[in-house]
Write a protein that binds this ligand. Sequence first.
Ligand code: NAI
Length: 474
Amino acid sequence: MSDQQFDVIVIGAGPAGYVAAIRAAQLGLKTACVDDFTGKDGKQALGGTCLNVGCIPSKALLDSSRQFWNISHNFPVHGISVEGAKVDMGTFIGRKDKIVKQFTGGIAQLFKANKVTAFYGKGKLLKGNQVEVTGKDGSKQTLAATNVILASGSVPIELPFAKFDGKAIVDNAGALDFTEVPRRLGVIGAGVIGLELGSVWKRMGAEVTVLEALPDFLGAADADIAKIALKEFTKQGLQIKLGAKVSKAEVKKDGVYLSYTDKEGEQSLVVDKLLVAVGRRAYTDGLLAEDTGVRLDERGRIVVDEHNHTGVDGVWAIGDAVRGPMLAHKGSEEGVAVAEWIAGKAGHVNLDTVPWVIYTEPEIAWAGKTEKQLKDEGVPYKVGTFPFAAIGRAVAMNEAIGQVKVIAHAETDRILGVHMVGPGVSELIAECVVAMEFKGSSEDLARIVHAHPTLSEAVHEAALSVDKRAIHKG
Ligand code: NAI
């Protein structure tokens, strides 16, 4: 027997789950959201990985560290010198914690305003769309709903020889809370987390070595963009070792002793802290009772159709726990769409135009296909590129690094992909996503007036360049 009956119960209050809950409530559905994340104050902290230990805190530290780095690396170019700049670590970490608290509290407010009931505990789907909630004190209650949305997210993948201990060997959460700048930071995995958090601590003065197993840098990005990014990161002092296979990480009194092999043979490295960022896996531990009928694929992700339905009546799944990129905004859009499908409306998510952003400096952003993917698929295409070095605004900012690359279909001119590395590209990608969503052509982008002088002129000129008519390109 259930204690309470809802139209919708969402398990997980990350960017997928909490958004689904709010949208469902907006549509007049009686909604509950179950989450067991505990904040630093010992209370329930809604917002999942993204708000608590992911997107938002990492951006706070990226921004603080960037300010510090600018003092020594950019101020002099502008004729400004600052003597004896130093960082107070309490303020540095405290500012980040305050931002997290502001936003997790903001979700609690939004839940109240929208009449979403929050349950603090671990949710488990039982047969017949019931959800068992186990509180922190072990107490259990059972809720029931017409629809259950599984939004349990993902957790870091652990390497068997480098288990997280929260002190010397850490995951993303640990690397957001160092109490002092590590003298030597090792990072396993040159992916999104490794590069972002590696950048934070490099800017703060750490010696950072990133060990990446694959021979290619940022394999998911367009090769030209990855090449420029690698050159810039190396210039900043990030030591990125490609083709590095780590076999051992031994924690000793004076550091973590790593053994790895690369093309030059056996190598060793000693670091003070080790961040392991080798990807994440769908988190479904303890989520499903045995007889629910919900299936997992070979990678442990919840199986869903194109409408995020699990095939079990009234059971849906969204976000990192299902197929598709593990990105907050992708999960949120799925959350909105599922709430709308449940309410009998037309939901919509286009996984082909989900933008990717890496918040390093320079930033990296893309949407759609890379040249390599199009080549492999045998799709005929044409390319236009434009460097930020020829963009007045970028030069004035002393950030004239990188380029924009627009890829369009050779015959129809439809935009198939846009790839960028450079200043502010996390924002510039948005107009390209709009163009792609509207099935726009490079000609469309080229004919749109872009303000001068702005960074967005790089997008305009790259689109013009597709048909070799960029104005400021020799
Ligand atoms: P990732 O998939 O981006 O990168 C993992 C890297 O580790 C890959 O380059 C992989 O080749 C390498 N690797 C795997 N096993 C290894 C090993 N044994 N030794 C050395 N290298 C190894 O995963 P990451 O950085 O952990 O991030 C997880 C997820 O979080 C990403 O998929 C991303 O979707 C999401 N995320 C997104 C952010 C954003 O949108 N800006 C920021 C942070 C995370």
